[in-house]
Design a protein around this ligand. Sequence first.
Ligand code: PMP
Length: 371
Amino acid sequence: MIYLDNAATTPVLPEVVKVMSDVLLSTFGNPSSIHSYGRIAAQKVRKSREVIANALEVTPHHVTFTSGASEANATALIGYALAHRALGNHLVSTEIEHPSVLNALSYLHDRHGFEITLVKPKKDGSISADSIIKAIRPETILVSVMWSNNETGQMLPVAEVGDYLRHHSAVFHVDATQVMGKIPVHPLEIGADFLSASAHKFHGPKGVGFLYHGDLKFDPLIHGGEQEEKRRAGTENIHGLVGMAKALEFALDQLNQHYDHVLALKSHLIEQLTGLNYYKNEFGTSMPYVVNLAFPGINHDLLLTKLDLAGIAISTGSACTAGTIEPSHVLSSVYGEHAPQLKENIRISFSEFNTFEEVDAFVLALKNSLK
Ligand code: PMP
C-alpha cells in the first residue's frame, strides 16, 4: 500500500510508540498521586509541556493539553465567547475552516445567540487579510482563521490579520493543525492569542493535542479536578502527551529538510502529470504537503475506489458522515454548491516519509484508472 492521505492522519513514528509503551508499561502513575509513581508521571507531563512550549516559544503554563485540535478549537471559541459575552456578541471566521471551528461557531449562534460572520473566498479562491479585517466590528470579540487549509493546503494570511488585531480588543485564534511540525509555529510572532494543533498530524498519536492560550481566561469545556490549572479536568493522557512531545521533537529536528523533500515530491508529481487533462484546486500560496487535483468529467469517488484497489490511499477531501459523502464545503465556497468541480476533486497529501518512487507508482496507477 502507498499512503498519500497524511492530511487525514500520519503514521506514528516507532520512536514515539516506544516512549508511549514505556509510559503505559512502567511509568503509568496518576500525576495527581503523591507517591513516587505519581511524581514520575507528573514529571512526564511537565517535560512534555516544556517541549511544546519551547517549540512555540511561549511559557509552559500558557499551554493546555487537549484531546486534539477539535477540542482545542472548541475550547478557544466556545470557552472564550461564553466567558466574555459582556465584551461583545460577534465572532469572525472564514467559510473554509475545519468543521470543528464552523460547528463550534454554529453552536454559539444557535444556542447562545452570538452573531457570526464567515468571510467568503473570492472567485479565485483567495481570502485576503483585508476581507477578514473588513468583517471585524467594534463588538467583535474573537477572530478565528486557519493557518493552512486541510483540503487544499491554501495558506491564509494569519500574520497580517494578527498584526491588525494587536491594536483591537478582539482576540485572535489560529488553527495551526496542518502546519504544526512542518513550518516554524510561533504564536507571538503572528499575533495569535490562541493556537490549536493535533499530534496525529505530525506522526504522533491520535486523541491528543494542545491549545496555546497565553493568559486569556476562558470557561473550561470539562469541569472536575484541578488538572491543567483548572482549564481542563480529567486524569492526563500521559502516554499521549509524551508521544506528542517526542513526535514534535522529531519534526523540529529536521523541519527544513522535511519541507524541502515534500516540496520536491510535489514538483515531481506535477511534472509527471504533464499531458493529462486536469486542473489544480490551488488558491494562492499553499503548503506543499497537500495537493488537490481534479480530472474534468471523472467522478472522484470512482477514481478513489480504483486507486484504493491499486493499493494507493488518497482522499476526496470531503467529509464522510454516517455513510453519506458530503461535497467539500471548501470547494463549494469557491465554485458554488452545484458546481461540477465538487465531484471531481481528489486530495493527495504527503509526509516526509513518502518517496519519489511512491509518486511514480501513484501516477502510473492514476493513468491506468483514468483509462
Ligand atoms: N483543524 C484542522 C485544520 C484539521 O485538519 C483537523 C483534522 N482534520 C482538525 C482541526 C481536527 O483535528 P482532530 O480531529 O485531531 O481533533
